[in-house]
Design a protein around this ligand. Structure first.
Ligand SMILES: [Zn+2]
Ligand SMILES: [Zn+2]
Ligand SMILES: [Zn+2]
Length: 137
């Protein structure tokens, strides 16, 4: 195990914890650059992938196919509601989904089934802002 980049890893982890929702490697790198950390984009990519692989961060694909990361409060399996406008993220349990996924996999003879279910939409604040814009216009 190479320990020489530990401080970079810690800085990336802190920046991720400071983010309110899911962020891409690019936007996290931009935030780190404002702090003049000197951490390169490749390091941010590698560190985020490492944190996700070790279960220290959640990762998912945006509808655009971009990899997004977040330091979630829930350590266990959970799902997300993500505002595509402001990035607000809510961690949700989805018992119905767990049962459906388990049943569907079992029906087809699958075991050790895993799934990723995340919902992208507009949060209530962003929805109201849109309605306000429409009424004003
Ligand atoms: Zn999460
Ligand atoms: Zn929003
Ligand atoms: Zn689930």
């Amino acid at each position: 195990m190479v320990q020489r980049n530990t401080w970079q890893r810690e800085r990336v982890r802190e920046a991720l914890a400071d983010s309110r929702g899911f962020v891409s490697a690019q936007s996290l790198h931009a935030a780190l650059r404002e702090d003049n950390t000197g951490i390169g984009l490749a390091t941010v990519y590698r560190t985020l992938a490492g944190l996700a692989a070790q279960g220290e961060a959640d990762s998912l694909q945006s509808p655009d196919g971009e990899s997004l990361y977040r330091a979630c409060a829930s350590p266990g399996h959970h799902h997300h509601l993500i505002c595509r406008s402001c990035g607000l993220t809510v961690e949700i349990a989805a018992t119905d989904v767990e049962q459906w996924a388990h049943r569907t996999a079992a029906t087809h003879g699958f075991t050790e089934a895993e799934h990723v279910v995340d919902i992208f939409g507009l949060c209530s604040a962003c929805t109201q802002a849109r309605v306000g814009e429409r009424d004003a216009g």
